[in-house]
Design a protein around this ligand. Structure first.
Ligand code: ADP
Ligand code: ASP
Ligand code: MG
Length: 436
């Protein structure tokens, strides 16, 4: 059974929604994961922020504007009067719920309820559309099977145990529709898999049902060899290994949610990145196999803070790095890059929630320096056994740009550079023109 995920632009208009059936084979048993209609989650974020700031008037205006869009959307989506009025009921219900939250004490719990409405709307409207045109389908409520634990980690066994009975209840059905992004947390509250999380939903379902393939349908023909929003004439990559794709996703290639590769990798499920606007294009196939052809792609991750700890006590001291790492562990802050010398260590983090406390504790080891507004440039490929020349080519390409850190050799497929964010665009363009 395949899992097909369609992103925001792929369901971004009534016309696009109708065209999904050119891609979905309604005669093959499969699960279709939908994102919210493009722009909706951003609007919901703003609505939540207005409520959190107790600005009910602004929340009401934002809700009314978004509702107007959906009123138009359903008018174009449905032909049949009965389905149109069913569509109207659907949007009245979800927007009624958004408005009703103004009566409650609004906390981050209610905020998650707001954010969940986008995927609930898109899937329910699509389900009603399929009914209108007589295509049988089953709407699977993601909140009944998608779950994260107390560390916000998805629990694949839980998902397996809860989705399979739902699928088995409908053995005669072929087409299943479900919401991306949304889940329940360990308190049983509505939560989500973070922005872009519908990709993660797809690969988690793929892992849970041991799917034959997960397809991520989006608005571009696969993973490109650089960020197409910044660099001109980027090219799609036909094949990537799970490790390479994970590095690119984690280090900023927006086409994939940072964590979405891991469930597929663990259960060896091939992932294909495909273009809804050009379904015939080959896209990118992600599997356990690595194609040995050197440098494949470049990605960039912003909002990085570098922390340098210098201490003469580090000299010959075993256990020093462990004590440094323990500080980050205590504050559940993950480290992206690390470089060491005999008298100092530099590392980077992107989550600065606990930076104050972390710095305070690190001060007891030596002098601590912080550099904010940095970007990790990540060059990914198969540097394999023959590591000859890759590092030299990368460094030669950015010799005119100040480099704060270099990390190479952590794996066979990643060379990362830390630069000031103001140098990012030049670094990406220069690497692109010289490496490809
Ligand atoms: P969806 O809404 O379908 O999930 P996203 O906007 O999350 O789509 O991801 C697709 C976008 O990712 C593309 O439109 C492209 O601008 C951006 N992107 C960034 N880096 C890359 C890359 N290396 N390859 C392909 N797309 C990328
Ligand atoms: N709708 C969510 C977002 O915009 C999830 C997704 O599209 O993947 O982040
Ligand atoms: Mg996305």
């Amino acid at each position: 059974m395949k899992v097909l995920k369609f992103g925001g632009t792929s369901v971004g208009s009534p016309d696009r929604m109708k065209k999904l059936l050119n891609i979905i084979n309604a005669d093959e048993r499969q699960i279709v994961v939908l994102s919210a209609v493009s722009g909706t989650t951003n609007s919901l974020v703003e609505i939540g922020q207005a409520y959190l700031a107790s600005d009910k008037a602004r929340a009401a205006t934002l809700i009314a504007t978004l509702k107007d869009k959906y009123e138009l959307f359903i008018k174009e989506l449905f032909n049949d009067e009965k389905c149109l009025s069913r569509g109207k009921e659907v949007i009245d219900y979800h927007f009624g719920l958004l408005s009703q939250l103004s009566n409650d004490l609004f906390t981050h719990i209610e905020d998650k309820i707001v954010l969940a409405q986008g995927e609930l709307l898109s899937t329910t409207l699509y389900h009603v559309y399929l009914q209108e045109i007589g295509v049988p389908s089953v709407l699977l409520p993601a909140l009944d099977f998608m779950r994260v634990d107390e560390d916000h980690e998805p629990v694949v066994d839980y998902i397996t145990d809860h989705i399979n009975p739902l699928l088995n209840k409908h053995l005669e059905n072929k087409l299943f529709i479900t919401q991306g992004y949304i889940c329940k947390n360990s308190f049983g509250e509505i939560d989500n898999l973070r922005r872009g999380g519908s990709d993660y939903t797809a690969s988690l379902i793929g892992a849970a049902i041991r799917s034959e393939e997960v397809q991520i349908w989006t608005d571009i023909d696969g993973m490109h060899n650089n960020d197409p929003r910044i660099v001109k004439s980027t090219q799609p990559i036909s094949q990537l290994s799970f490790d390479e794709a994970a590095e690119l996703a984690y280090f900023g290639a927006k086409i994939l949610h940072p964590q979405s590769v891991f469930p597929a990798q663990k259960y060896k499920i091939p992932v294909r990145l495909l273009n809804t606007m050009d379904p015939q294009a080959a896209g990118t196939l992600i599997t356990g196999d690595s194609v040995k052809d050197g440098i494949k792609s470049i990605a960039a991750k912003d909002d990085i803070t570098a922390i340098k700890i210098q201490s003469s006590r580090m000299l010959l001291a075993y256990g020093f790095l462990r004590r440094v790492f323990e500080v980050f562990e205590r504050y559940k802050t993950s480290i992206d890059m690390i470089t060491t010398s005999e008298v100092g260590v530099s590392l980077t983090i992107d989550d600065t929630t606990h930076l104050g406390d972390i710095t305070k504790e690190l001060n007891s080891f030596g002098s601590v320096e912080l550099d904010v507004n940095h970007t990790i440039i990540c060059v990914v490929g198969d540097f394999g056994a023959d590591k000859h020349g890759y590092a030299a080519r990368v460094l030669e390409s950015v010799k005119h740009i100040p480099i704060r850190m270099i990390s190479y050799g952590g794996s066979d497929h990643n060379l990362s550079l830390l630069v000031k964010t103001e140098d990012k665009v030049e670094a990406l363009r220069s690497l692109h023109s010289r490496l490809f």
